[in-house]
Design a protein around this ligand. Structure first.
Ligand code: IPD
Ligand code: CA
Ligand code: CA
Length: 287
């Protein structure tokens, strides 16, 4: 190449999915290698909202890798956005129209990671004009890699994933996440738990939105709901659930898109039952 030619070198012929897998696997291995040796723990919007140098380093690693292959693609990564719900919504709004937008959560489940509780993940999605076409979630603790491609199904290490078959709430295992917003979302979530717990087998709160969604996709959970999330928490997982035969909406039943903050994802069979109970609980709670 002529040394005056400033055209960036682009590694060609790698599929989007292959790049997403490569990024998630590399970042996941690195994150795991740093487990137990976090040096800088800081808080964002509240003492419960934490970030470490590992979150930031992993996001840098993923960004570099993506741009090596696709220098003209846009990236929305959690650590590149100011903390807080409004900033997250603004960043998404600004990026949503991009032709290709990568959406990254470098460590989903930072609290678990910091405490050595082995339930955290790397979540990477690619959206084409606002529609998620690739979703990859990697769990380094179990070396489980979940992959979905729009219209082509979802897989965990090459084996197709399918949602579970429970058709009644009474047979269902659900998951949720406890919100950090103590004014609105936390009381609402408590009312929902109060309403749901007597109706279902049980409810878990594992602490990684992305892994909860991957588990719904893989049939390990019948459903999952949570309030106050951002696109990087759920973009990849929503595609995994859809491609595994499940249903994903917001908690009011509107179809999933990248702006959804209150998510409900199920095997489809219990979806309406879950939404109905959430509605009843919401009506009785301070909103
Ligand atoms: C959090 C996790 C957690 C969920 C929070 C998310 P982070 O993401 O997904 O399970 O309850 O709402 O913010 O901060 O660890 O990337
Ligand atoms: Ca997250
Ligand atoms: Ca994160």
């Amino acid at each position: 190449m002529n040394e005056n030619d400033k055209t960036p070198y682009v590694v060609s012929s790698k599929s989007y999915t292959a790049v997403a897998i490569n990024c998630a696997a590399k970042a996941g291995e690195w994150i795991k290698s740093k487990l137990g040796s976090v040096k800088q723990l800081s808080t964002k919007t509240s003492p419960q909202d934490i970030v470490t140098e590992v979150d930031k380093g992993a996001e840098q690693m993923i960004r570099k890798l993506i741009l090596t292959h696709f220098p003209d693609h846009a990236i929305l990564g959690e650590e590149g956005v100011e903390p807080g719900a409004e900033a997250a919504a603004r960043a998404l709004q600004a990026a949503q129209e991009e032709e290709y937008l990568w959406i990254i959560d470098p460590v989903d489940g930072t609290t678990n990671y910091v405490h050595g509780f082995p339930f955290y993940s790397v979540s990477i999605a690619l959206a084409h004009r606002g529609e998620v076409i690739v979703g990859v979630i990697y769990d380094p603790s179990r070396d489980e890699l979940f992959v979905a491609e729009k219209g082509k199904g979802a897989y965990v290490h090459g084996n197709p994933t399918y949602v579970s078959k429970e058709s009644q709430l009474s047979e269902s295992l659900l998951a949720t996440g406890f919100p950090i917003d103590s004014k609105v979302n936390l009381p609402l979530n408590m009312a929902e738990l109060h309403a749901l717990l007597p109706k279902v087998r049980n409810v878990r709160a594992g602490g990684s939105a992305a892994l909860h969604l991957a588990y719904v996709a893989a049939g390990r959970l019948s459903g999952y709901w949570e309030h106050g999330l951002s696109a990087w928490d759920i973009a990849a997982g929503a595609l995994l659930v859809q491609e595994s035969g499940g249903a994903v909406t917001d908690t009011d039943g509107r179809p999933f898109d990248l702006s959804v903050r209150n998510i409900a994802a199920t095997n489809g069979l219990i979806h309406q039952g879950l939404l109905d109970t959430l509605k009843e609980a919401g009506e009785g709670s301070v909103r």
